[in-house]
Design a protein around this ligand. Structure first.
Ligand SMILES: NC(=O)C1=CN([C@@H]2O[C@H](COP(=O)(O)OP(=O)(O)OC[C@H]3O[C@@H](n4cnc5c(N)ncnc54)[C@H](O)[C@@H]3O)[C@@H](O)[C@H]2O)[C@H](O)CC1
Ligand code: K
Length: 570
């Protein structure tokens, strides 16, 4: 599933209308119909729950290969009354075609359609008509004077008037949303510039305060469609019906939170157009792993395989006070399926980690009695690495004198894939401009920074990184020729060729010490099994998140998950 910026969406709109000849009114009609479908679905859910409130949808038939709708949600958003279990559910649901019969249950429903003066408002006007035809009581609320609408939106306005659908002009007529059964937010879409101005701001506040379920058209009004930043006041939707292509801001926090459950609906724009027009950002799903990354997610084993078949990982990690980080990375590399894993530790640590995981091979890589790494250990490490397929460096490494030169030697003299995490990234960041002189590697490099490590790599603040995670990650990967995994909620995987993926597996309970070390081991292990850097990074992040969800279910609560649980759940 491709993801676009507001500007890319405008280009795709224009191409569809001007080059393919599909009328804008057709797109708007389909958009409004899709919004109406989702509103009717919510009404049906409420009627099923019997108490007139939104309950979590029962198990839907999941069609793993459904092309039409990709739906995921944070349950606490959809079931306002159910015990939010904090786990994000990912499911692909086929939305059954909705027959617009006059269902008696819906005639109790009174929905308000908040309409802006752009085409987002136009979509809302089409939805108002469909919902009226389905039997709901509908009132259209114009944020601006109706005569400010232009083009297709003005055409929608005239139809509403011709049908005699009740209309309120905000600011001129009284508006009380407290009795609303639901509200459609068709105020601002991808044409928004900056925080909502009056009267949109007041109307958004009134809608949020109403307590009624909010369905946003395309994007919640007030949300930055590109970065996911909230320009308050911003609508807090329980469902966002995203049109044609997923907007980036709906997947990045805090936007993902404000959007609630996101449903991407086909409205007549050819699905392949984004790829043809050079869009390279995709949602990371099983389909994406199979189709875009050509990953064999079944991970078949050959009947006559042996340990050597599945690669040998060398993990250079762990120090006196942080030996566990190295152990977690090494264990994860083994659990994900590597044939062999050697864990290299400072010499003084070795006697203490013997037996920590009997399946691991151990090696002393830094002589000295203090249990810390030192620059002299580069020779030993390079010696060990020559007989290994992948080198993972960083978890629990610590900093030491001349560590930049040490890392540079590994970077330039080891000719296999390199995975750098934690302190290896901090050492890389401390190289500063000298990094330009480091030899460009022919073999893959995968960096796995969390936002703070990314900030140090870029020399900016963590807040700036988080303001536009996708752009920062993609820019760094492209200019440095590396594969970069920017961790955090909705991890970004950015590849040197410009391709990028946003992961939706995982949950907040994985914010626990060592979870990142586990990911490093997973990615190194997948590289050892022959996946390329993009495949190993994307598949590794995806599996890491699924394992975290599984671990939370086993522990009955996300807060109880520790990093070792994620390894066991792999
Ligand atoms: N994706 C598709 O194929 C289709 C999308 N459609 C819908 O069109 C909107 C985008 O419409 P556009 O007219 O470009 O802009 P908006 O409706 O989002 O609103 C802009 C409108 O509001 C004013 N405005 C801008 N910023 C602010 C602000 N901060 N405060 C107040 N007012 C603001 C601005 O002057 C404009 O007049 C897209 O989201 C879809 O919903 C098509 O309908 C179908 C095809
Ligand atoms: K909207």
């Amino acid at each position: 599933m491709y993801m676009v910026t507001a500007d890319e969406m405008r280009q795709l709109d224009r191409y569809t209308i001007d080059k393919l000849g599909i009328p804008a009114l057709t797109l708007m009609e389909n958009a409004g119909r899709a919004v109406a479908d989702e509103v009717l679905k919510l009404c049906a859910m409420k009627s099923r729950s019997g108490n007139g409130r939104l309950e979590e949808q029962e198990n839907q038939t999941c069609d793993a290969d459904s092309a039409e709708v990709f739906r995921w949600r944070a349950t606490e958003k959809v079931s306002r009354t159910g015990p939010g279990d904090l786990l994000s559910h990912r499911e692909v649901i086929r939305v059954e075609p909705w027959s617009h019969g006059r269902h008696a249950v819906w005639q109790r429903e009174h929905w308000y359609i908040l309409v802006g003066k752009g085409n987002n408002g136009g979509d809302g006007l089409v939805a108002a008509r469909h919902l009226t035809d389905a039997g709901l009581h509908v009132t259209v609320v114009y944020a601006d004077s109706p005569d400010t609408l232009r083009g297709e939106a003005a055409a929608g306005r005239d139809v509403i008037a011709a049908l005699g659908i009740p209309v309120i002009v905000y600011g001129r007529d009284a508006l009380d949303l407290r009795g609303a059964s639901g509200i459609v937010d068709a105020l601002l879409g991808t044409g928004t510039q900056g925080p909502p101005r009056e009267p949109y701001a007041s109307l958004i506040r009134q809608a949020n305060a109403s307590g009624a379920p909010l369905v946003s058209v395309d994007v919640p009004s007030g949300l930055d469609a590109d970065t996911g930043a909230l320009h308050e006041p911003c609508i807090r939707a329980c469902v966002t019906v995203c049109l044609a292509y997923l907007k980036r801001g709906l997947v990045q926090y805090p936007g993902a939170e404000a959007a609630g459950e996101v449903v991407v609906r086909y409205i007549g724009i050819p699905p392949g157009l984004a790829r043809e027009c050079g869009v390279q950002l995709r949602l990371l799903t099983r389909d994406t792993l199979r189709e875009a990354l050509n990953v064999d997610i079944s991970r078949r084993r050959v009947p006559d395989g042996h340990k050597g078949t599945y690669g040998h990982v060398l993990v250079a990690a762990g120090s006196l006070r942080m030996s566990g980080a190295g152990l977690l990375a090494a264990r994860a590399a083994l659990r994900i399926g590597s044939g062999l894993v050697t864990w290299a530790v400072p010499e003084a640590l070795l006697p203490h980690v013997i037996g920590a995981a009997p399946e691991l091979m151990l090696a002393a890589a830094a002589t000295g009695r203090d249990g810390e790494w030192n620059a002299d250990s580069a020779d030993e490490l390079l010696q060990l690495a020559q007989a290994r397929d992948v080198l993972a460096v960083g978890p629990g490494l610590g900093r030491f004198t001349a560590d930049t030169g040490w890392l540079r030697r590994l970077w330039e003299e080891y000719d296999g894939p390199l995975v750098l995490d934690a302190d290896a990234l901090n050492i890389l960041a401390s190289a500063g401009p000298e990094l330009e002189a480091w030899k460009r590697r022919s073999a893959a490099v995968v960096l796995t920074p969390h936002p703070g490590e990314m900030a140090r790599l870029l020399g900016i603040s963590t807040a700036e990184v988080q303001r536009d995670r996708i752009t920062h990650a993609r820019e760094y990967a492209r200019t440095r020729g590396v594969t970069l995994v920017l961790k955090g909620a909705r991890t970004v995987i950015a590849c040197p060729d410009g391709a990028a993926y946003i992961n939706t597996t995982g949950h907040a309970g994985m914010a626990t010490g060592g979870a990142g070390d586990v990911l490093t081991g997973i990615i190194a292990g997948l590289l050892a099994q022959g996946l390329n850097a993009s495949q190993a990074a994307a598949f590794g992040v995806y599996l890491h998140g699924v394992a975290g969800e599984t671990a939370a279910r086993h522990r009955q609560h996300p807060a109880a998950v520790v990093a070792g649980d994620i390894i066991e759940a792999l």
